[in-house]
Design a protein around this ligand. Sequence first.
Ligand code: NIG
Ligand code: FE
Length: 383
Amino acid sequence: VTSVAIANIGELVGWADDRPVRHGAGLVLSDGVVAWVGDTADLPAADEVVDAEGRAVIPGFVDSHTHLVFAGDRAQEFTARMAGERYAAGGIRTTVAATRAAGEEELTRLATGRLAELRSQGTTTVEIKSGYGLDTDTEELLLRVASRLTPETTFLGAHVVPEGWTADAYVDLVTGEMLERCAPHARWIDVFCETGAFDADAARTVLTAGIAAGLQPRIHANQLGHGPGVQLACELGAAAADHCTYLSDADVAALADSGVVAGLLPGVEFSTRHPYPDGRRLLAAGVRIAIATDCNPGTSYTSSMPFCIALAVREMGLTPTEALHAATAGGAASLRRTDVGHLGIGARADLVILDAPSHVHLAYRPGVPLVHRVITTPHSDKL
Ligand code: NIG
Ligand code: FE
């Protein structure tokens, strides 16, 4: 089958300039891309016809921030936090120990299972970071595993300073031998710029070295408190500054001016009891935003973009339409992709048929599995 027509789409959210949301639509996918969009009544013939029966169709979610390759979990840490304990970056080392102890086969099995979990909830493009190895061999292994699952791989050797190292010596390792071995498997360079992780100078050194090695920068910034990460992202022209939990007015202005995408990760505020950032404040200032799961065992062990959309609507002041936009087109902007996150002509044929008449139900019916069918092109990525 080379062409598929989807008929009777109750609501098509394609983000086309003229009609971002249209009703009574039809769509034709051909050779892995969107070939035609119009009214169902005018639907051209195709090799196969799928009747959407009035359901809503949305672009597949673009999850621009995950840490899918790790072993073990930290359920006890979560329980303690829900009882009032604070999150600290040092918890990362628990997962590092479990990850180093697992072999390639086990890590591949675990990451592949998590990817299937994301996919069943409508995610069709995913970014995956390393960062639970923190030695050259293990970081390279994590990126090898990740790169079999997605082209959007990120080297996060600078996640936290591992036990037995000074920050200076570890930054030398990350920007030297580790970068050299990891860069061939990665598209992006990332650093956790935070108290308890890496300060602004160390983070700048890491990102600058990554850029020199041909990687593009993104950053974990302003998660646990006000800090220099967002400003650093803007200074370096990073694709994205993720978390953005604590933002000053100057941070918001810098994001708007630079075009750096602010990645909102509401699963983290949910799981760490930090305050949710104000999404409305960002949109009002003209900042581009993305919503992602940050799927990881420490601060956000969810693989569900619909859950994150619901949280963003309830807790960050976004409308359901703005939240879906951030979870699709916003994620694409965060990954500097123009071929995903929308359903315009020529976009990759990555879409979700919802078991709902409208995308609003993603937030209106939280926790309910609303994915009727996921359609992706085999070449769209390795999902
Ligand atoms: O994105 N903030 C840094 N890294 C992860 C958490 C890692 C962990 O606690 O295991 C995050 O929240
Ligand atoms: Fe993260």
